[in-house]
Design a protein around this ligand. Structure first.
Ligand SMILES: *[C@@H]1O[C@H](CO)[C@@H](O)[C@H](O)[C@H]1NC(C)=O
Ligand SMILES: *[C@@H]1O[C@H](CO)[C@@H](O)[C@H](O)[C@H]1NC(C)=O
Ligand SMILES: *[C@@H]1O[C@H](CO)[C@@H](O)[C@H](O)[C@H]1NC(C)=O
Ligand SMILES: *[C@@H]1O[C@H](CO)[C@@H](O)[C@H](O)[C@H]1NC(C)=O
Ligand SMILES: *[C@@H]1O[C@H](CO)[C@@H](O)[C@H](O)[C@H]1NC(C)=O
Ligand SMILES: *[C@@H]1O[C@H](CO)[C@@H](O)[C@H](O)[C@H]1NC(C)=O
Ligand SMILES: *[C@@H]1O[C@H](CO)[C@@H](O)[C@H](O)[C@H]1NC(C)=O
Ligand SMILES: *[C@@H]1O[C@H](CO)[C@@H](O)[C@H](O)[C@H]1NC(C)=O
Length: 840
């Protein structure tokens, strides 16, 4: 794998290997299509300057499905597909322009023509006595116009244009958004898969209503919100300023149109939405002659829609990443403590609008550098300055926040929010200032606490930790006094058929299923339903009467604990709520049976992807990175952030399950040890776990602690990077040793050779390798806690240099600073401290 110097003007460089999606077509016929002759499969149109090409193509060489599309003539990548829903089977298709200006794809089979697709849209009738022509413009726009308008003139009114019916890509000059005259909503939708243009679930669009925003939906709900326009981009797009040198972005907002578009002054650029839901702005550079992305979304957990609920604020650098806005507290403190933040926050003190204008009136807390909240119901007021905006908000009792930004290009204005403030995150680089209304009493406290700090100016940063510590106290107390606090059933959306539950007496209920229900759902525990063998018994797939899928773990009788012990333990596990832990839905205790009912994970476990030659190709670097960070977050939750301390003791690839979106979920708590206090350390005589993942102190002496999980995590990271099982090597820790040798020799990137058909960020890969080595250090004290691991993975702080890992034969205490020629190329990125190998 070639090592490229890192360019400092781009945060992340990603190399996208070009997939040969487009078959080389032979004949071409200029850039125009007329009514006298169709374009047959095999022929193409090429735009006048040679930028774009149109013709039939086949994204999957194993399939006979043919599509009409437009792609870059040289930088092969399909940007538009006509008949995405309805491919031609075989080479019998042709693209025809009819005399009335409609483009039609015809499939000629057995001398009969079947219309596969036709260009739809508002019918702009063509003047009689003129003939239409279709032309592929140099912009990548396929237009149909009157023959009389054959000249390339910008004022020509097109009868139809492909730019009005985008596929998965926005090209320079193309408008994303609404043509209010015709009602046309131009949005882009991902392909179903990388080789199937059929529309996938993700759509990138402009949402009208309130103040228009950029949004991405996943078919059912909001997936990501780019927020309102703020002058040079959308409020929630984390873009550096680097792109501004060659790209200008604009929003038109008028009676006729609400649309976003961009222009590029050199080379090619596009915005493409991918089947996994990421949207990237990509740029073609020559050299290196590849696509690189310089803007991408979503990027972290704070980019999910409303990650912290109403009045919550997300900070990706903190763990837990949610807190309440100043002057607010969690609505459900105990659930919040379990990191179920969906209920969000409520005001500490209710507003008192009647005192408006007096000394005790409500005030505003500035939140600097945030993504502005959802503007679906907000009101924009063009031309209003900061002071007027504030007055306008304080005069209206339902106004909860205001902000002043450039709502349109160059036009500054005021945005007023009413009701709940949803989906706020910290965006120090590109965020705006939001002023949140709070009661006078809370305001005094917030100002007081931030002034007592050194830098009162950094309001948000200083207020939040203080609130945090108050919260912790609050949670502890509320945990004690809310015994008869009646919990809404929302937390468990799944009930035992007979409605029975086991309860911990504190409002937490876990549904009890009866044996019949489970037997029914699993087809009487049939072999066909068997998913595999977990640590303590077989796991079955089940389908309940209501159609929902479950995974049933039937504990083998030999491993049985007493009923009360079993109940205690599953109550604790049932209370764990985290995006990266598999959810326990209930249990069944009947007829000598103990069964655990979990949510079903359609993508099975991580090992089925990593160690399978075909499936491993489905895991691109970005997914891998997200999986690594996800596992880290799940583990941190177990170690530190849940109500109890939990050491998992059996973290490994087969215990990481993947949901439909490939979000990793830690599962199998069969060996987990739960600690009530802070003393989460123990010694055992029975060493249970999996060879290859066990830390030296655990394997040799039976000592386990959070740090032994950290060790397993390190091994897991190396496996995710290399597609290799640590234990499949002759000696159990050979992968660690192999990786360490590569690292020492400055060839660490060879570890990820399995990712060659993939794109990845060298910086992220190096960071992960280094973190993995820090996690597999020989001595527990030398390994970081999971909280540091997450910071190391997600920030760009310099990392400590790892020493020789545990189990790897090295001569210790003798280290030299060394830099090989490759290291120089990577500059300061990779200051490798080499440990001299033990005489080999
Ligand atoms: C229509 O296009 C074909 C192929 O490009 C060309 O040979 C023919 O002369 C064109 N006919 C007219 C009327 O322009
Ligand atoms: C096409 O099918 C063959 C045989 O089934 C398989 O080996 C190959 O990987 C497939 N190619 C693609 C691009 O799917
Ligand atoms: C244009 O012609 C095609 C076929 O000749 C026909 O199917 C279609 O309905 C016509 N469209 C309009 C808008 O007249
Ligand atoms: C084409 O015609 C032949 C003979 O008439 C028939 O056997 C065959 O099934 C037809 N194929 C299709 C695709 O209709
Ligand atoms: C995308 O555009 C299509 C066609 O105009 C429309 O039906 C759909 O609702 C739009 N989706 C979104 C999320 O705006
Ligand atoms: C919330 O209000 C109560 C009573 O007014 C006060 O004791 C507490 O400190 C406040 N908490 C916060 C976070 O402002
Ligand atoms: C106050 O704000 C709400 C919500 O934005 C709005 O519906 C209402 O008309 C406003 N009232 C006044 C008097 O401006
Ligand atoms: C915002 O608008 C003002 C004029 O109202 C203009 O001077 C300023 O450059 C604009 N800022 C951005 C970022 O567009």
């Amino acid at each position: 794998m070639a090592m490229m110097p890192i360019r400092n003007y781009e945060l992340i460089i990603l190399f996208i290997l070009l997939s040969a999606t487009v078959s080389n077509a032979a004949a071409t016929s200029g850039d125009r299509l007329n009514i006298s002759r169709p374009l047959y499969d095999g022929e193409t149109l090429i735009s006048a300057g040679g930028a774009f090409e149109l013709g039939f193509f086949n994204p999957d060489s194993n399939s006979s499905k043919r599509y009409v599309g437009i792609w870059y003539h040289n930088a092969h990548e399909v940007v538009w597909v006509a008949n995405a829903r309805n491919p031609v089977a075989g080479f019998s298709g042709s693209l025809t322009l009819t005399p009335n200006g409609t483009l039609v794809i015809v499939d000629r089979k057995n001398s009969t023509d079947v219309i596969i697709w036709f260009s739809s849209g508002p019918s702009k009738s063509i003047a009689t006595a003129t003939t239409p022509i279709a032309q592929l413009l140099e912009t990548g726009n396929l237009v149909v116009k009157s023959d009389a308008d054959a000249a390339d003139d910008e004022t020509v009114v097109y009868i139809w244009q492909s730019f009005d019916y985008p596929s998965n890509t926005i090209l320079p000059g193309m408008h994303l958004g609404w043509d209010l005259r015709t009602g046309l909503n131009r949005n882009i939708t991902s392909w179903a898969t990388l080789t199937d243009p059929f529309p996938g679930i993700y759509t990138f669009a402009i949402k009208l209503g309130g103040v228009p925003q950029l949004i991405e939906t996943d078919g059912q709900s909001l997936y990501w919100r780019g927020g309102p326009w703020v002058g040079n981009g959308f409020a929630g797009t984390q873009q550096g300023s680097a792109y501004q040198a060659f790209i200008t972005t604009s929003l038109v907002m008028s009676k006729e149109e609400v649309a976003y578009f961009f222009e590029v002054n050199q080379g090619f650029a596009r915005i493409t939405i991918f089947p996994d839901g990421t949207t990237q702005r990509l740029r073609w550079q020559d050299p290196p002659g590849k696509w690189s992305f310089f803007w991408k979304t979503p990027t972290d957990q704070c980019d999910a829609f409303s990650p912290c609920g109403p009045f919550g604020i997300c900070n990706a650098d903190l763990t837990p990443f949610c807190s309440c806005l100043p002057g607010f507290r969690p609505k459900n403190p105990d659930r919040w403590a379990l990191t179920d933040v969906s209920d969000g926050c409520v005001r500490n003190t209710t507003l008192d609008c009647s005192r408006s204008g007096t000394k005790g009136a409500d005030g505003f807390v500035p939140m600097n550098g945030v993504k502005l909240p959802d503007t679906s119901a907000a009101v924009g007021d063009l031309g209003l300055g900061l002071d007027d905006c504030r007055v306008k908000c304080s005069m209206n009792c339902s106004c909860t926040a205001y902000s002043v930004t450039n709502i349109t290009d160059g036009g500054s204005g005021c945005i007023l929010w009413a009701g709940e403030l949803i989906d706020i995150r910290l965006l120090p680089q590109s965020g705006r200032d939001l002023y949140v209304r709070v009661a006078a009493a809370d305001l005094a406290k917030i100002i007081g606490s931030s002034q007592s700090d050194h830098k009162g100016k950094r309001g948000v940063a200083t207020v939040l930790p203080i609130l945090g510590s108050i919260l912790v106290g609050f949670i502890l107390i509320s945990g004690l006094i809310i015994c008869h606090y009646k919990r809404k059933k929302k937390i468990i959306t799944f009930h035992g058929e007979n409605g029975e539950v086991i309860s911990d007496g504190n409002g937490f209920d876990l549904p009890l299923f009866d044996f019949e229900t489970i037997a029914d759902a699993t087809n009487n525990f049939s072999v066909d339903n068997r998913l595999g063998e977990g640590g303590f018994g077989p796991v079955y797939k089940g389908r309940k009467k209501d159609g929902s899928e479950i995974a049933v773990k039937r504990l083998s009788k030999s491993s049985m604990q007493g009923i009360s012990e079993f109940k205690n333990e599953i109550m604790l596990i049932g209370k764990l709520q985290h995006r990266n832990l598999v959810r326990l839905l209930g249990c069944c205790i009947e007829r000598q049976e103990r069964m655990l009912i979990y949510e079903y994970m359609p993508n099975k476990s991580l090992d089925t992807f990593l160690f399978d030659k075909t499936k491993t190709k489905l895991l691109n670097w970005d997914m891998r990175y997200r999986i690594i960070v996800g596992i880290a977050r799940g583990l941190l939750y177990l170690h530190q952030d849940s109500v109890v301390r939990i050491i998992h003791r059996d973290l490994k690839a087969s215990n990481i399950l993947l949901d439909l979106e490939m979000v990793p979920k830690i599962s199998d708590f069969g060996l987990a040890r739960i600690f009530a206090g802070d003393e989460a350390k123990s010694k055992t005589k029975i060493i249970a776990g999996t060879y290859g993942y066990m830390s030296p102190e655990y394997l040799m002496d039976g000592f386990f602690s959070a740090k032994s999980d950290v060790y397993s995590f390190g091994v897991l990271v190396l496996e995710v990077l290399s597609n290799q099982r640590n234990s499949s090597w002759q000696s159990n820790n050979h992968l660690v040793e192999h990786a360490w040798r590569l690292w020492e020799e400055g060839r660490a990137l060879e570890l990820v050779d399995g990712l060659t058909s993939d794109s990845f960020s060298i910086i992220e890969v190096f960071r992960c390798i280094k973190v993995a080595f820090l996690c597999v250090q020989q001595f527990p004290d030398e390994r970081p806690f999971m909280s540091s691991v997450i910071l190391m993975l997600t920030s760009d702080k310099e990392l400590p240099e790892p020493k020789c890992p545990g189990f790897v034969p090295c001569r210790r205490h003798f280290e030299v600073q060394h830099s090989s020629s490759e290291n120089k190329e990577l500059g300061s990125l990779n200051k490798i401290t080499l440990t001299l190998p033990h005489g080999r």
